[in-house]
Design a protein around this ligand. Structure first.
Ligand code: ZN
Length: 142
């Protein structure tokens, strides 16, 4: 199930191109125990990142326990948009987050994950990493 949701997030990632560039094409899926309840991907620079795009769809809706699946570590710093890691940390409906790849950008690189862990959410890294890396690596800073 988790793998299926991450592959759905990868499919969202692909939708971000080419409008998202130079930002990496990230995809995000939010699911409950059975189904996907929201999907998102990186919008044009200055607009919603994938996580914010998905969170927007469940704004104001009640859920007991949600899991988020995102192809790349959520951003930790305010750029043109508020930090996604903070938005996730503050959303009490999301209990677990699966991140496929850690962000190699030195401005992030684990800091996004730390913010979410400090909010007492479970963080899992590496789900479908091979599949996601094959697609995403060419768009990441190294
Ligand atoms: Zn972000």
């Amino acid at each position: 199930m988790d793998e299926m949701f991450m592959l759905a997030a990868l499919a969202q990632s692909r939708k971000a191109l080419p409008e998202c560039l130079p930002n990496p094409p990230v995809g995000c899926v939010i699911g409950d125990t059975q189904k996907i309840v929201a999907e998102g991907y990186t919008q044009v620079p200055g607009k919603h990142h994938a996580e914010a795009d998905a969170l927007k769809q469940i704004q104001g809706k009640a859920f007991n326990l949600l899991k988020m699946y995102v192809t790349l570590e959520p951003c930790s710093s305010h750029g043109h948009t508020p930090a996604c890691a903070l938005a996730i940390a503050e959303d009490c409906r999301i209990h677990e987050i699966y991140v496929s790849l850690v962000d190699s950008d030195p401005r992030n690189n684990g800091q996004g994950l730390d913010i979410i862990r400090k909010a007492s959410k479970k963080v899992y890294v590496g789900l479908c990493a091979n599949e996601v890396n094959t697609f995403l690596k060419q768009y990441l800073l190294r």
